[in-house]
Design a protein around this ligand. Structure first.
Ligand code: ADP
Ligand code: MG
Length: 688
């Protein structure tokens, strides 16, 4: 009975034909168990009608009332705006996509029930694209789960499928507790936990669900973290059974690069470079993580490893998360390696046609010793030539599956390429051990000498004018500055708009400065050319969204303003701030916030003022927030969990680590079932 759910296909459910089955497969859903583990990521309360007068921005609500006016509004974008009223107040319904008949029917609606999320807009409180009906049925009996979806699958459909499976469970076809039963841990068993999460009864505190601390969530989070840990440990075991290319000692080119650098490697860089070289001289494929704060000089360490590989007549592939960063690496590596007679190839999504063919030929023929690129390195027509080492920069931007896929691509003749992962995300040590449980870890715990510390100030945005004139002064004396516009909303569109507006305003206020703009919705070409202007000193001020967060190196930039800094995680603030203080100029970081500032936020921003040590900042961040608060690995982008949160659930990790190793040793069948249940088996991951 217990295996029934994962042995029956989704097509056994009502309403699931081949087309839908195919779409479900895209979400990783194949059997009935998969449906249960496709968990909601939030909930809405549609069990009651909210009086319009009581709505606050951010609330998800059901409202009932009538339309009192309905007109087309001409703003930045044309929209249909309906004013909707009950006895307690009025709210605006806004539609960016609408038809003439829709406009007419809305105009005449004397009664509607609407569902949606209220936000602050141009017309006061607004709901964008509410669901609405003139003939509503009874209100929902339980909280409404909201699932991750893909094109062509609606929320309603997923809800329906989940309810069908829950009904089947009522007939005794239930989930098997895998491994030891973790019921004691949370006081709830796997079957009730799953049922609860797909259909939380009314009256459950929606806020408690939001924090992920409900026993049902904790019960499943434990399993998910265990499955994740099992996967990483299994990867490690498997890869240690495989052969790696065993290299000789680094030779002349390696020494030549060091000698020609124009600076002396720090002790930490030498130590880590040695650890890597030693790994690659062994028989097992290297799996090593290099952690080093922003500016600690990870790139040169990567370059040394690549030379070591080239000296053994093999190729190195380096993957960076953004075009900007890949291009910067390409320039650095070319500067370092070309004088030694080594060829660097370059691949990105924007590279097309003949140029792309040229680069592909360099790669396939093995004429390029080093290949640098973005995700484009995964594409089918990329064939490496004797790939000896895969380097992944800024790992937190990539998932485990990408790491696996790239390595698998390089598997050759039973040999696995060595793998080096570099990250500047300062995460507390306890978390590193879980996020990277498959790897050995090196830390570059020393910054190159001669960096002047950054002075950080926390300033209310009411003093914006002062800040602007400070920038004017500094830039007129040759300094370069960043102005970072952060998330003012979850939507990238709005973030880019904010950056555009800021750039316009600053350009008007500071006519003597040359001001550029980069944001995520620009083409890679445009982005790169603006970055280049800034890098070569042709711009004084760069207005940017957080796209500049990762890795960008402009040593002359010594000033940074961060808007709405209170909304960012400390890890991200630290990353951003790491863009300055790279040269010899005295550097300043101004963290603007919008008052009033809560106690926790104040304390957090103060940490930024007091310290420049990424690891210290990460530890303090964890302390101040404490487990149980919304935050976490999701924000730093580390691992995509459905439900678990490495930070919030860190208290589980000490138990999970030994448990995973015991299971792999003594009960591999259950371990495998658990990984499958959470869609985490190494095979599945590498196919994503
Ligand atoms: P990150 O670790 O953030 O990737 P980078 O590798 O980009 O840091 O290095 C930051 C800057 O420091 C670069 O301009 C690099 O050339 C320089 N650098 C690296 N190592 C040293 C060193 N030992 N001494 C002086 N400058 C160094
Ligand atoms: Mg870097």
């Amino acid at each position: 009975m217990s295996d029934w759910l994962d042995q029956n296909d989704v097509s056994s459910l009502k309403g699931v034909g081949p087309a839908l089955a195919q779409k479900l497969a895209r979400l990783g859903i194949h059997n009935l168990q998969d449906i249960l583990f496709h968990l909601p990521f939030r909930y809405e309360d549609r069990t009651k009608v909210t009086p319009i007068g009581a709505i606050q921005a951010g609330d998800s609500v059901v409202i009932e009332g009538k339309v009192v006016a309905c007109d087309i509004a001409f703003g930045r974008r044309r929209s249909l705006l309906a004013h909707f009223q009950d006895s307690t107040g009025t709210i605006a319904l806004r539609f960016f996509h609408f038809s003439k008949p829709q406009q007419t029917s809305l105009k005449n609606a004397s009664f509607l029930r609407c569902t949606g999320e209220a936000r602050r807009g141009a017309a006061g409180l607004e709901i964008y694209h509410p669901e609405y009906t003139a003939n509503p049925g009874p209100l929902e009996q339980s909280l409404t789960p909201i699932y991750p979806v893909t094109e062509g699958i609606t929320q309603a459909r997923l809800r329906n499928l989940a309810l069908q499976v829950l009904a089947i469970m009522e007939q005794g076809k239930v989930l098997k507790p895998l491994g030891q039963d973790y019921t004691a841990l949370s006081g709830t068993d796997i079957n009730s936990a799953v049922k609860f999460l797909h259909s939380p009864p009314p009256g459950v505190n929606i806020e408690a669900l939001r924090t992920g601390m409900h026993p049902s969530q904790q019960r499943l989070a434990f399993e998910e973290l265990l499955a994740h840990h099992l996967t990483l440990r299994l990867i490690r075991r498997e890869s240690q059974k495989l052969k790696g290319r065993k290299f000789g000692q680094p030779k002349q080119l390696y020494q030549q690069l060091i000698a020609g650098l124009g600076f002396t490697l720090t002790g930490a860089q030498v130590k880590v470079a040695d650890e890597i070289a030693t790994d690659m001289m062994g028989t097992a494929p290297m799996l090593r993580l290099v952690q080093g704060d922003v500016g600690s000089g990870k790139t040169i360490v990567a370059a040394l490893s690549a030379i070591h590989v080239a000296e053994n007549d093999m190729q190195t592939a380096i993957m960076a998360p953004t075009e900007i960063l890949a291009e910067q690496h390409f320039n650095n590596f070319t500067n370092w390696l070309a004088p030694l007679g080594l060829q660097v190839a370059w691949l990105s999504g924007k590279l097309k046609g003949k140029k792309r063919q040229e680069q592909l030929a360099l790669i396939t023929s093995g004429r390029a010793e080093v290949v640098i690129g973005t995700h484009a390195l995964f594409q089918k027509d990329v064939h490496f030539h004797r790939l000896g080492l895969v380097i992944i920069d800024e790992q937190h931007k990539f998932g485990v599956h990408q790491r696996l896929a790239l390595r698998q691509k390089g598997e050759d003749d039973g040999f696995l390429p060595h793998q080096l992962v570099m990250t500047a995300t300062p995460i507390p040590r306890t978390l590193t051990m879980s996020m990277y449980a498959d790897m050995d870890c090196s830390v570059i715990d020393e910054l190159p000498p001669g960096r002047s510390p950054i002075t950080t100030s926390v300033i209310a945005d009411s003093r914006r004018e002062e800040v602007v004139s400070h920038i004017e002064q500094a830039c007129s004396q040759g300094a370069q500055a960043y102005w970072v516009c952060t998330l003012i909303d979850e939507s990238e569109v709005l973030q880019c708009q904010a950056a555009e507006t800021t750039a316009e305003q600053l350009t008007a206020t500071l006519p003597d400065l040359k001001i550029g703009l980069v944001h995520g919705r620009m083409t890679p070409d445009d982005k790169a050319s603006v970055m280049n202007l800034f890098k070569t000193g042709k711009l004084n001020l760069l207005v940017a969204t957080t796209v500049i967060e990762v890795g960008v190196d402009v040593p002359n930039a010594s000033l940074m303003v961060i808007d709405n800094s209170e909304r960012l995680g400390l890890a991200q603030l630290h990353q951003l701030r790491g863009r300055i203080g790279r040269g010899t100029n005295k550097s300043f970081c101004l963290l603007l916030y919008h008052p009033p500032l809560g106690i926790t936020s104040k304390e957090r921003l103060n940490v930024m003022r007091e310290s420049q040590d990424g690891f210290f900042i990460a530890e303090r961040d964890l302390e101040i927030r404490g487990p149980g608060e919304m935050f976490g690995s999701r924000q730093s982008g580390a691992v995509e969990f459905k439900l678990a949160d490495l930070v919030r659930d860190s208290h589980m990790l000490t138990e999970i680590r030994p448990l995973a190793d015991t299971m792999l040793e003594h009960d591999p069948v259950t371990a495998k079932a658990l990984m499958e249940r959470w869609l985490m088996s190494p095979q599945k991951l590498s196919q994503v």
